[in-house]
Design a binder for this molecule. Structure first.
Ligand SMILES: Cc1ncc(C[n+]2csc(CCOP(=O)(O)OP(=O)(O)O)c2C)c(N)n1
Length: 539
């Protein structure tokens, strides 16, 4: 006979989930009692950081990340980060403590009176177990739910007296032994039809989305583009948490703009638009226009039925992206597509050409050029620097899978925290977190976790003393004199040092490049803060 705690840890062990990210309270302590030696506990000092670290860890490791939160207030603090994890398709098991069962009805202090309802719209499954002995089975179900497509967070609330209760022996044993596989290919006739349309199209184009990377379909996307001479665009930069295609590849054209009209204008002239591993599209801001260029058809391949259903135009195939691309390549065979290779893309813009007066802080473009010069081949970027997002994409042209993570939900606080989790999952690859000094504040305590666990992330803070992107948005929205868009005297380097992360301030591209190179082989975290001129850096 085993307790709920023993059976649950057995289940987690069987799933390879021996790392728990958490911030504990009294209601979680019974779960953590006699914590097994083969498990790690990663403490985050605020719940947005706990979830963000687990999000990065889950995505980079390809496993389900486990988050443990402190009843209602812990879940409340975590909500923005759970929203991001949902948009990132990050598979997360989120467990939260709850009052003892005898005290829930009387609503004793810390009772989460509607535990399952609280995170409901942001998770795939939200549950409080009616019978203590079923906790291991419920956690097993949540893990499967999180890892089935579309991957995402699943939530279980656990009354604190359940951990010492007796587990339902058969239910727990079955839960531990179960296996659920959700990768499913497309109907063969649909693949054959799509192959025929690609072959017959006069000017088809591929639009690459994050699930090409997440599904393991990266090389297949490259093979499709090369064999069919397809030009390739990335989905809009703010709409996806990962890259779907090598951005230095000869077929790569660039990053699509994020709004309705501009996307159709950019894709004008194509008769078949094949979108793979993405929603169609994560538009923002609202700039109306045609949904599709004249004469174009669109087909999206996505593992997410909701993405397929809500697309405002085009056809959709709901299936595993990598399996579908493999089948598509087989169907297309080696036949010459009868189309010329796309024109080569221009080299990245020289930062000297962005038109800044010399002598002041550098542009975001120059900062990203310095990063590109120092960036190791096996480097990973975690990005949350809104006014330099496109400068980074255009200057770095990241070309390896699993090398770029971005908060697809748009909620700030992902970057700093996710970078710590990504580095924990990828200890042998250098991780650079590029973050605006405003964005850093939403997950600032991630510095503590990086220092406490000696996680060798390099934090590159771009300091422009304002919310630059919001000033750009205010122009786009015709808003004048909005308050609250300046950030004078924010010293992130000093704050990081206070959390135990060695930090330095540099000015200029050369100093920045040298400081980044100095981080090579670092055994712990470090922060470089560089002054950047206010403005939007698109090139
Ligand atoms: C949780 C959350 N709150 C507020 C915002 C709105 N927001 C978007 S960008 C931004 C400013 C970011 O400033 P900074 O990181 O300094 O980057 P910059 O725009 O200067 O490049 C804000 C406040 C958000 N996206 N998420």
């Amino acid at each position: 006979m085993s307790t709920v705690r023993e059976a649950t840890f057995e289940l987690l062990r069987a799933r390879g989930m021996t790392t728990i990210f958490g911030n504990p309270g009294s209601t979680e302590l019974p779960m953590l009692a006699d914590y097994p030696d083969d498990f790690n506990y990663v403490l985050g000092l605020q719940e947005a950081v706990v979830v963000g670290m687990a999000d990065g860890y889950a995505q980079a490791s390809g496993t389900v990340g486990h988050v443990n939160l402190h009843t209602a207030p812990g879940v409340g603090n975590a909500m923005g980060a759970i929203f991001n994890a949902q948009a990132n398709h990050a598979p997360l098991l989120i467990t939260a403590g709850q009052q003892v069962r005898p005290a829930i009805t009387m609503q004793a202090n810390l009772t989460n009176r509607e535990a399952a309802r609280m995170p409901h719209p942001l998770v795939k499954w939200s549950y409080e177990v009616p019978r203590a002995g079923d906790v291991p089975a419920a956690i097993g179900r949540a893990i499967h739910t999180a890892s089935l497509p579309p991957k995402g967070p699943a939530f279980v609330s656990i009354p604190m007296d359940d951990w010492t209760a007796e587990a339902d022996a058969d239910g727990a044993a079955q839960a531990i032994a179960r296996r659920v596989d959700g990768r499913a290919g497309a109907a063969p006739e649909r693949v054959a039809e799509l192959a025929g349309r690609i072959a017959a199209a006069s000017n088809p184009v591929l639009v690459a989305g994050p699930d090409l990377d997440a599904s393991g379909g990266w090389d297949l996307g490259v093979a499709l583009a090369e064999s069919q001479n397809l030009p390739v665009w990335s989905i809009p930069a703010t709409g996806g948490g990962r890259l779907g295609f090598p951005e230095g590849h000869a077929n790569f054209r660039g990053v699509l703009p994020p709004a309705i009209g501009p996307i159709a204008e950019t894709l004008a002239g194509h008769d078949l638009i094949l979108v793979v591993g993405a929603s169609v599209f994560a538009y923002y801001p609202y700039i109306p226009g045609d949904l599709l260029p004249g004469g174009a058809e669109l087909v999206v391949v996505t593992a997410d039925p909701e993405e397929a259903a809500r697309a405002p135009m085009g056809e959709a195939i709901v299936a595993d992206v990598a399996l579908t691309l493999a089948a598509l390549l087989t169907e297309l065979g080696d036949a010459d597509p009868g189309r010329p290779a796309p024109d080569p893309r221009e080299a990245p813009i020289d930062p000297a050409d962005v038109g800044l007066e010399p002598g002041g802080p550098i542009s975001g473009t120059e900062a990203m050029a310095a990063l590109a010069a120092a960036f190791p081949d096996d480097g990973i970027v975690v990005l949350e620097a809104p006014s330099s997002t496109l400068a980074l994409r255009n200057q770095l042209r990241i070309s390896r899978p699993g090398s770029y993570y971005f908060g697809a939900g748009g909620g700030l606080g992902f970057g700093l925290a996710a970078a710590v989790g990504v580095q924990m999952a990828e200890p042998d690859r250098p991780v650079v977190c590029v973050v605006g000094e405003g964005s850093a504040q939403y997950a600032i305590t991630a510095f503590w976790s990086a220092a406490a666990y000696e996680v060798p992330v390099t934090f590159l803070v771009l300091r422009n003393s304002e919310y630059a992107i919001l000033k750009w948005f205010s122009l786009a929205e015709g808003v004048e004199n909005a308050p609250g868009l300046d950030l004078p005297a924010l010293d992130v380097a000093a704050v990081a040092a206070g959390y135990g992360v060695p930090a330095q301030r540099v000015e200029g591209g050369d100093e920045l490049e040298a400081a980044l190179r100095d981080r090579s082989g670092a055994s712990g975290p470090g922060l470089i803060e560089v002054g950047v001129a206010p403005g939007m850096w698109l090139a």
